[in-house]
Design a protein around this ligand. Structure first.
Ligand code: NAD
Length: 305
């Protein structure tokens, strides 16, 4: 990865060069390095990504940083600090900007503190990736109230608390020239906002709740130029579903549920998040983007059912 300064030098050379063959070779080199120097779609925007020390959150943080955003890599507990700092270091090494921030998204006081601190440090927040989430699975009749409340507390209440603070800041600031929108929120939902999931009632209920919370606040704040959407990942290879891909047999059985016959990678979600956060999706509001390799296409009917 090259720095912004190096990128601007290369751009200048591009502009000065009248020699097609030279341009051609530069293009080849840049394409090879996978660098989009003239098109950082989230340039100078401040993004909070919750639960970003691993998995999909980490993937989103890295893709957003590549697109020019300054990223707050949120993590919940001191035990995840080293991982969060590793993500920050990798973003910096690639030429991006990030800080780590500890906050349990299910705790109102901590969420308010995080948004306050970030706004004091960077001036505002432009993008929220409401990603933090977890599972506590149990057969329904054995599910404890504690397991139910714990999952709803992080997956649904956590998204509510973060969205509320983000929207207050978007309303205060309004459109500021960095984007056509006053702010963007992307809620990390799941295919289980529509697919029932036996043994995971708390998780499925939390994602169903995210879907209607997202649509409701999108409706409420669209007139204020705030865009709120969800991504519904299918099976993405992360620690949350380790048991589903840790052996060849488990992976084979998982792939039966995925028409594309591959498990998703965090970059698949990160790239979708960049699109939903950018002005390229300016007319997209209150919708769920399924990034699932076709998991919601009733794969059981692939061979005539
Ligand atoms: P993951 O376990 O790697 O990531 C979850 C992150 O949330 C972790 O970094 C964890 O530290 C953080 N977290 C947990 N509780 C928190 C809290 N109270 N405050 C702040 N952070 C907290 O798993 P993942 O797959 O990357 O999951 C990320 C999101 O994607 C979740 O919302 C999950 O429901 C959703 N999702 C994942 C998949 C998948 O296949 N991996 C599919 C659909 C949806």
């Amino acid at each position: 990865m090259i720095t912004d300064f190096e990128a601007s030098l290369i751009k200048k050379m591009f502009e000065l060069s009248q020699l097609f063959p030279l341009q051609f070779y530069w293009k080849l080199i840049l394409t090879h390095k996978n660098i989009i120097i003239m098109d950082k779609k989230l340039k100078d925007q401040i993004a909070i990504v919750t639960g970003a020390s691993s998995g999909i959150g980490e993937g989103c943080a890295k893709e957003l940083a590549k697109a020019g955003a300054t990223v707050v890599v949120n993590y919940p507990l001191p035990s995840a600090q080293a991982m969060a700092e590793q993500v920050v270091a990798e973003i910096a090494k690639a030429g991006g900007r990030a800080i780590s921030y500890q906050c349990d998204v299910s705790k109102e006081d901590q969420v308010k503190q995080m948004f306050g601190d970030v706004i004091r440090q960077f001036g505002t927040v432009d993008i929220l990736i409401n990603n933090a989430g977890l599972q506590k699975d149990a057969p329904f009749t054995e599910m404890t109230l504690e397991q139910w409340n714990f999952v709803l507390g992080v997956n649904l209440t956590g998204q509510f608390l973060c969205a509320r603070e983000a929207i207050k800041e978007f309303l205060r600031r309004g459109v500021n020239g960095k984007s056509k929108a006053a702010g963007k929120i992307i809620c990390m939902s799941s295919v289980h906002e529509v697919i029932p999931w036996a043994g995971h009632a708390n998780y499925a209920a939390s994602k169903g709740g995210v879907m209607l919370m997202m649509k409701t606040i999108a409706q409420e704040f669209a007139p204020k130029k705030i865009r709120i959407n969800s991504i519904a990942p299918g099976a993405i290879q992360t620690p949350i579903n380790h048991d589903a891909w840790d052996t060849a047999a488990h992976l084979q059985s998982l792939l039966k549920l995925i028409p594309e016959k591959r498990i998703g990678q965090v970059e698949d979600i990160g790239k979708a998040a960049v699109w939903l956060a950018s002005d390229d999706s300016d007319y997209v509001n209150g919708t769920t983007l399924f990034v699932d390799g076709g998991m919601t296409l009733y794969p059981g009917f692939e061979d005539n059912g």
